[in-house]
Design a protein around this ligand. Sequence first.
Ligand SMILES: [Zn+2]
Ligand SMILES: [Zn+2]
Length: 432
Amino acid sequence: MEGSLTVEQRREQIAAAREALAGIDGSLWQVPGGGGGLAGLLGEVDALGSACEAAKVSIVAEAMERGETSDGAAAMTVTQWVRHHAPSTRAGGAGQLVAVAQEFGKPVNAPVVQAVRAGVLAVRSAAVVLAEADRLRPLLVDGAGPPVLAGLIEMAAQHGPRGCRMVRPALLARYGQDGELQTQQDVARRFVSLSQPVEDGTGTAEYRLVLDVEGKAVLEAALGPLSAPRPVQGERDLRACDQRRGEALVELVRRAVAAGESVGTNPKAQLIVTMDWESLTAGVRGAGVTVGGSDTGTVLAPETVRRLACDASVVPVVLGSEGEVLDQGRAVRFFTPAQTRRLWLRDGGCTYPGCSMPPHWTDAHHLVHWADFGPSDLGNAALLCERHHTIVHSRRYAGRVLQGDAGERVEWDRTLGSYDQLLARRAAKEPA
Ligand SMILES: [Zn+2]
Ligand SMILES: [Zn+2]
């Protein structure tokens, strides 16, 4: 029984394990080929490594509890103590070891402790899980702590620290407080940037591009088909993936410029968004939105989806509570090319006060949102550029089409939440 070993016996066995590894190079030739001989051995050695990591955390935690981590020198930090006695951590990892050991005592972290001891979770991943769980905890609804921690552990165990960070939007969508995902994504939007080109004289220019989730989803949906390998007369496309993506991006810009002022007949980059009906109509928390195509992991915040659903660039697939498809995008959701041309003539460009964006750079916004059963009539439409479309949706502005001397024009009520007042007035008029 493991528990009944004395400390002396343990030290002997650890020394024996080291001995077993020490001479391994010389005997590897004896491992039979195929049949997983080498693979099996690698797995066993790896499991031993994990067990060592877990044991180090336990030892550090115990030493911290006893106050034995200074070797009597008052100025020594726990991390320095670890580096001193576990020299392999001088190459990195001492801080994580200490961070994880510190968290081990808290009852709320018991599942993490268990996963580390079972060898399922590496210490490096455990440190990220604990930090991420701390960051998420204040943003969650009551009682969501344990399932979120379990989700983080599972992702980190399977995909390492990166997986743990990637699952964040999905967890926030499912367990976050109202509007939390939206807030995060609105903040992320401020970091969108494209650097000036940096040229190094070799004929190439380097850019740094930072996008938010929505921008990434739009770009990836557009690049997808354009960057696929294209064999020429049966000859394989030997371009590297990054090269194909770079060339596809330039191609996209070229096409957009060439399209000029004509109404595109092709839908814009097609995103397929699946979300449940309640989230779309309520527009609050829990909008588990998945963007289809090659990029299935993206989660978009609810208000973002309502804006996207205004224009033809998104095909919403709305799911019921059982996951059944309720709505494949009401057939009349899009403005037809003929309607769009009349809209271009009527509005002449973005209708937001003071904006001069020409019509071919605008979206057709539904004044009563598509998600709120707004029809695709010209009386319910207004052209908005991307920037003002975002503002109109995020500040929830109402607009209406007015009959003036010079024909119809769109007027915006720029009072925060004027759209919600409009909805309330509509609801009062026609009881559900
Ligand atoms: Zn809109
Ligand atoms: Zn505008």
